[in-house]
Design a protein around this ligand. Structure first.
Ligand code: C3B
Length: 789
C-alpha cells in the first residue's frame, strides 16, 4: 500500500531506488537469473559468451531503472528537450555506470574474468568516422551534464564493413553485428510509426480550408530500439533511439488483388532493406534513392515521436519552440525541415505563416565539412518520385526565400542562383546545405578555423546575409572513454596526483597537473604507464601482423579514415625517405638513429580507388622494410587492420607520437588529436582545423607543427606545385614508380596524383618541412624530451 501523504510517484521513486543493488552478491544473483531464465542455459554450465550476455542483461536492468527514473523526472518538469538527429553513431561498448569493479568481483567468484567477457562484445559500428564518433562523445556528455536529451538514428543491421587485408589489399566484409543479438538494446514493439514514400499529392478541403493530402505509394513501419546512455556520476540516463524498418501491417488491397499472394509478401518484406546497411563512404554523396529513403525514414519516425511526446502535454503548437530543439548533425537529417513543415501544414492544419514561424525557431545545423563536393545534392527527379509533397514544400520555402533575398540584394541573379535551394542546370538538384541554412536559426562550425572558412568561402553568401546565424563550437572528446575506459593506469595516476576524481566530470581540472609536471616521481610513473600500454599494443601488433616490435622504439601512429586530404601518402613517402637514409648511412651514423615503429591504420571507402592504393603501398613498403635485416629494429612499418573504436582504445594509449597531417584548410576539426593528447602522446601536425586551437592551448613549442598555412594554400595551388617539390620527394616517388616495392603498374596512378603538376594536396611542397618536423621529433626523443627517459 501507499504511505499516507506521499504521492504515488514519490513512492515509486522510493521503491525503485531500492530495487537492484550493486553489491557483488546481488549482481551474482542477477547474472545467474539471466543465465537460467533469459539465456536459458544451466547455471551449472555456461560459457564466456553466455556469461557476457547474462552480465550485460544484468547491467541493462540497472540502466532501465535509471532510464525510467529519468523519463519520469523530465516528464514532470517538461523542460525544453534537445533532440540530436544523426544518421551515424559510433558508440563502442557501454560505459559510465560505475559498477565495473563490483561486476568484476561478482564474476570472479563465478569463475569468469571481466576482461575476457568484455572482449566478447563487438563494436556497434553504426557510423563511419569522426562525425559518428563525435555524436557518441556528445551523447556521453549530454548524459553526464544532466541534459534532457535524446539521440535519434538508424539501427543498421550491417554496420561499417570489417576491413580484411589479403596480400596487402583491402577487402570489405559485411558486419552483421546483430547475429547473436544485442543485449544492450530494448526493442519497443509498441513504439512504432508508419513512414510513407512515393505516391501523389491531392487537393482537399478540411474545415472549409484547402489543404494537401499525400497519398503514399508505399508505407513502411519504423520500430524503436532504445539504447540507454548513462551519465557519469549522475542518475541521468538518456536514450539513443534507433529505428528499424519493418513491413507495415497496413492491408494494401492493390498488391493482394493481383492474385500473386507470394510476391505481394516478398515485396512487403523488401521494406526491411531501408535500415539494412550503413553507407560506407563518409564524404562523397551520390544521390542514391536508398540513401534518401534512409534519411527520410529515420527523420519521419523521429518527428512523429517528438510531436507525440509534445502533444502528450501541450494542446497546441504555440510552445513548440520552447520545448523542442532539433539539432541537425550535418545535412544528413535535413529533410526533417520539410517534414516538420508538412506535419504542421497538412496534419496539424496550421497556416503557412504560423508553421514557418515555428519552424525557423527549432532547427540548428552543424556542418562538419569544408569540401564543397561533400555537400549533399539530391536530384529533383529522385526527390519528386520519393517525396512529392516535400518537394512542393521546398519549392515554396525557396520561393519565399528568393523574394526576401531580392528585396535585400536586388536583381543580382548570379548571386541569387548561387544561394537558391534549387540548383538549375542539366540536372536540377536540391542543395540540402542551402535548405539547412535558410531554415535553421544557427549554423555551427566545428572549430574556429572551420568557422572562418564557412564565413569566407563555403557559405560566404549566406554569412553576408545573416552573420548572426553563424557560430562555432570546437569539437571535443570525452575523457570518460578516452582515458577512464581506454587507459585505466593513466586514470589511476591522474586521480592520485590530483587527489580527486572530479576531472572525470570536469576536464578543466586536468590543468592542475601542470603544478606537478616537473616532479620526477610523476614523470617516472607516467613513463611506467606508457610502457604498460606500449607493451599491450606491441602484443596486439604481433598477433595481427606477425611483426615483432621493440618497446624501446618510438611508436609513431596515424590512425583515421584513409583519404587523400588526410595524406597518409605523405606519411608513407616519409617512411620511405627514412628507410632510404638509413640504407645509405655509415655504421657509425646508424647508431644515432632513433628507432621507430611507424603504425598506420584506417579504412578506405570501398569505391575510392586511390585510398585503396595507399593501403596497398603501405603494405608493399612494410614488406620490404620489415624483412630487411640490415635495418632491423631501426625502422618498422605496420598496418593495423580494421581500425575501429575498440582498436583505437588500444592503439592511442600506446603511442608516443601521432600524425594529423591534412593539407591545411581541409580538416574541418579533427578529434583524434585530442584523444592522443589526453593519453600523453605528442602531435606532429599541420596548422589545420582544431590543431590551431591546440597550438594556442599548449604552445607550439610542445608540438611538431609543419607545412603551409590555410591562407597560403590557394597561392601554392596556383603555382605548379610539383615544381615546388624538393629532390628528396622526387626521389621517393621515383622509387615507387620504378617498382622498388613491386606492383609498379598498380602504383602508377597513385604516383600520378602527386606529380606532373597534379599534386592537389600539396605533398611535394610540404615534404621538406614535414621531414624537418620529423627530424625535430627524433632530436627530442634523443634528449629524452618526448617522454622516453
Ligand atoms: C568529420 C570531419 O572530417 C572532421 O574534421 C571532424 O572532426 C568530424 O567530422 C567531427 O566534426 N566528418 C566526417 O567524419 N564525416 C563527414 N561526412 C564529414 C565530416
Amino acid at each position: 500500500g501507499f504511505v499516507a501523504g506521499k504521492s504515488k510517484t514519490d513512492r515509486m521513486f522510493e521503491l525503485m531506488d531500492g530495487f537492484l543493488k550493486n553489491d557483488p552478491d546481488s549482481l551474482q544473483k542477477d547474472i545467474l537469473h539471466h543465465v537460467e531464465y533469459t539465456v536459458a542455459r544451466s547455471r551449472f554450465s555456461f560459457d564466456d559468451f553466455e556469461a557476457y550476455q547474462a552480465l550485460s542483461l544484468s547491467v541493462r536492468d540497472r540502466l532501465i531503472e535509471r532510464w525510467h527514473d529519468t523519463q519520469q523526472y523530465f516528464k514532470k518538469k517538461d523542460p525544453k528537450r534537445l533532440y540530436f538527429l544523426s544518421l551515424e553513431f559510433l558508440m563502442g561498448n557501454v560505459i559510465n555506470l560505475g559498477i565495473r569493479d563490483q561486476c568484476a568481483e561478482a564474476l570472479s567468484q563465478l569463475g569468469f574474468e571481466y576482461e575476457v567477457l568484455a572482449e566478447q562484445e563487438g563494436d556497434a559500428a553504426l557510423g563511419n568516422g569522426g562525425l559518428a564518433r563525435l555524436s557518441a562523445c556528445q551523447m556521453d556528455s549530454l548524459a553526464t551534464l544532466d541534459y534532457p536529451a535524446w539521440g535519434y538514428g538508424l539501427r543498421y543491421q550491417y554496420g561499417l564493413f570489417r576491413q580484411i587485408i589479403l596480400d596487402g589489399f583491402q577487402h570489405e566484409q559485411p558486419d552483421y553485428w546483430l547475429n547473436f543479438g544485442n543485449p544492450w538494446e530494448i526493442e519497443r514493439v509498441h513504439v512504432s510509426y508508419p513512414v510513407k514514400f512515393y505516391g501523389t499529392v491531392k487537393e482537399d478541403t478540411v474545415n472549409g480550408k484547402k489543404c494537401k493530402v499525400w497519398i503514399p505509394g508505399e508505407t513502411v513501419e519504423a520500430v524503436a530500439y532504445d539504447n540507454p546512455i548513462p551519465g557519469y556520476g549522475t542518475r541521468n540516463t538518456i536514450n539513443l533511439r534507433l529505428w528499424a524498418a519493418k513491413p507495415s501491417d497496413g492491408y494494401d488491397i492493390e498488391s493482394y488483388n493481383t492474385g500473386d499472394y507470394i510476391n505481394a509478401i516478398v515485396n512487403r518484406q523488401k521494406a526491411e532493406t531501408i535500415s539494412n546497411v550503413l553507407y560506407p563512404d563518409d564524404r562523397t554523396y551520390q544521390g542514391k534513392e536508398l540513401r534518401l529513403k534512409q534519411q527520410y525514414f529515420f527523420v519521419s519516425a523521429s518527428l512523429q515521436d517528438i510531436v507525440r511526446r509534445f502533444k502528450d502535454v501541450h494542446g497546441n503548437f504555440d510552445d513548440f519552440p520552447d520545448k523542442v530543439a532539433l539539432q541537425l548533425n550535418d545535412t544528413h537529417p535535413s529533410i526533417s525541415i520539410a517534414e516538420l513543415m508538412r506535419v504542421l501544414l497538412d496534419e496539424e492544419h496550421l497556416s503557412w505563416k504560423k508553421s514557418w514561424h515555428i519552424l525557423k525557431q527549432v532547427f540548428s545545423f552543424t556542418t562538419h565539412t569544408v569540401l564543397p563536393e561533400a555537400l549533399e545534392k539530391v536530384p529533383i527527379d529522385l526527390f519528386q518520385n520519393v517525396l512529392p509533397r516535400h518537394l512542393q514544400i521546398i519549392y515554396e520555402i525557396n520561393f519565399a526565400f528568393m523574394e526576401e533575398l531580392k528585396r535585400k540584394i536586388g536583381q543580382d541573379y548570379v548571386r541569387l542562383s548561387r544561394m537558391s535551394i534549387v540548383e538549375e542546370g542539366a540536372v536540377k538538384n536540391i542543395r540540402v546545405a542551402n535548405l539547412s541554412i535558410v531554415c535553421s536559426h544557427t549554423v555551427n562550425g566545428v572549430s574556429r578555423a572551420h568557422y572562418e572558412l564557412l564565413k569566407t568561402r563555403v557559405f560566404k553568401d549566406f554569412y553576408e546575409l545573416w552573420p548572426e546565424k553563424f557560430q562555432y563550437k570546437t569539437n571535443g572528446v570525452t575523457q570518460r572513454r578516452w582515458i577512464v575506459v581506454s587507459n585505466p593506469s593513466l586514470c589511476a595516476l591522474i586521480s592520485k596526483w590530483l587527489g580527486t576524481e572530479s576531472w572525470i566530470r570536469d576536464i578543466d581540472i586536468l590543468t592542475r597537473l601542470r603544478e606537478h609536471a616537473s616532479n620526477s616521481d610523476l614523470q617516472k610513473e607516467w613513463m611506467m604507464v606508457k610502457k604498460i600500454n606500449k607493451q599491450r599494443l606491441a602484443e596486439y601488433i604481433e598477433t595481427m601482423s606477425g611483426v615483432k616490435v621493440s618497446l624501446d622504439a618510438m611508436f609513431d601512429v596515424q590512425v583515421k579514415r584513409i583519404h587523400e586530404y588526410k595524406r597518409q601518402l605523405l606519411n608513407i613517402l616519409g617512411v620511405i625517405h627514412r628507410y632510404d637514409c638509413i640504407k645509405n648511412m655509415e655504421k657509425t651514423e646508424r647508431e644515432k638513429v632513433v628507432p621507430r615503429v611507424c603504425i598506420i591504420g584506417g579504412k578506405a571507402p570501398p569505391g575510392y580507388e586511390i585510398a585503396k592504393k595507399i593501403i596497398k603501398l603501405c603494405h608493399a613498403v612494410a614488406e620490404t622494410i620489415n624483412n630487411d635485416d640490415d635495418v632491423g629494429d631501426l625502422l618498422k612499418l605496420v598496418f593495423i587492420p580494421d581500425y575501429n573504436v575498440s582498436v583505437a582504445e588500444l592503439v592511442i594509449p600506446g603511442s608516443d607520437l601521432s600524425q594529423h597531417i591534412s593539407t591545411a584548410g581541409h580538416e574541418a576539426s579533427g578529434t583524434g588529436s585530442m584523444k592522443f593528447l589526453m593519453n600523453g602522446c605528442l602531435l606532429l601536425a599541420t596548422a589545420d582545423g582544431s590543431t590551431n586551437e591546440i597550438i594556442e592551448e599548449i604552445g607550439e613549442e610542445n608540438m611538431f607543427i609543419f607545412g603551409a598555412k590555410i591562407n597560403e594554400i590557394p597561392a601554392l595551388r596556383e603555382k605548379d606545385s610539383s615544381n615546388n617539390a624538393p629532390l628528396q620527394f622526387v626521389r621517393v616517388v621515383r622509387m615507387v614508380r620504378d617498382g622498388y616495392f613491386g606492383f609498379k603498374d598498380y602504383f602508377k596512378l597513385l604516383c600520378d596524383t602527386v606529380e606532373n603538376g597534379k599534386d592537389f594536396y600539396l605533398l611535394g611542397s610540404d615534404f621538406a618541412s614535414y621531414l624537418e618536423a620529423q627530424f625535430h621529433g627524433d632530436a627530442c626523443w634523443q634528449n629524452g624530451m618526448l617522454g622516453n627517459t
